[in-house]
Design a binder for this molecule. Structure first.
Ligand SMILES: C[S@@+](CC[C@H](N)C(=O)[O-])C[C@H]1O[C@@H](n2cnc3c(N)ncnc32)[C@H](O)[C@@H]1O
Length: 237
């Protein structure tokens, strides 16, 4: 069961942009993409309600957004009727034909891909869509996300998070949207991500862990000390 195949969850997620803690998932992306990506075709893999796709479009990319949740895609189309949003089966991008992209962005789907096997097929599918000099950018929740309170999230009601091991369920509540039901993610350590990338034939080019800055327009909670997100920039080969 995909957590995001749920009307109330999709409504809540669609109401959230890149404010608060999510600011740190988007603030440094333009510079990272400018440094690593040549060309302007992009696949937003796990586009959800289209927040990340619209960000890429604003940055000048021509995007296709794909997701396994019809509920999330419906919100993406509503917010961006001109956009190209497509429903795909888990790990199967064959409906895209032979198309390859200068950029494949996977912003947060990997948090919800529960097993190592499914993560492997997700990354293999993503790699298979890269142009020869294309780049895969994965934005994931850092393991520390589940151990602190944040401007936009709370985790302290879930003491089990602190003993969770790689591959186990961790819980978090989003504070910015109306749906306060816990989100269940799967913990994945940096070490495991690196092993999965290598196994998928991907070379890690840069890792970013953006911290909150005093110049950001927010009163940060943990964000200046601990990085909530990890951004991996990967190339084929
Ligand atoms: C947390 S949302 C993030 C959406 C969007 N990228 C953003 O940043 O707003 C994660 C999305 O990934 C999707 N997802 C999970 N597993 C996926 C898979 N194997 N292939 C494509 N999408 C997937 C979920 O349905 C959900 O819409």
């Amino acid at each position: 069961m995909n957590l995001y195949d749920d009307e109330a969850r999709a409504d809540s997620y669609a109401a959230v942009g890149f404010e608060g803690t999510y600011h740190l998932a988007s603030r440094d992306l333009p510079a990272l993409l400018a440094a690593h990506v040549e060309g302007n075709s992009a696949l937003d893999l796990g586009c959800g309600a289209g927040r990340s796709t619209r960000l890429l479009t604003r940055l000048g990319f021509t995007c296709v957004g794909v997701d396994i949740s019809a509920a999330m895609l419906e919100r993406a189309r509503r917010a961006d009727p001109e956009g190209d949003y497509r429903l795909v089966p888990d790990g199967d991008l064959s409906s895209l034909g032979e198309r390859r992209f200068d950029l494949v962005l996977a912003m947060f789907p990997l948090d919800n891909v529960a097993t190592v096997e499914r993560k492997e097929s997700f990354l293999a599918a993503a790699r298979g869509r890269l142009a020869p000099r294309g780049r895969l950018v994965c934005v994931v929740s850092s393991p520390e996300l589940y151990l602190h309170d944040w401007l936009s999230f709370t985790t302290l009601q879930f003491p089990g998070n602190s003993t969770a091991r790689d591959g186990e369920t961790v819980r978090i509540v989003m504070l910015d949207g109306p749906d306060r039901r816990p989100i269940e993610d799967t913990l994945c350590t940096d070490e495991t991500y690196r092993a999965l990338f290598a196994q998928a034939g991907l070379t890690l080019l840069e890792t970013a862990r953006p911290l909150g800055l005093p110049t950001d327009p927010y009163r940060w909670v943990s964000e200046e000390r601990v990085a909530p997100w990890t951004i991996y920039v990967l190339g084929p080969g």
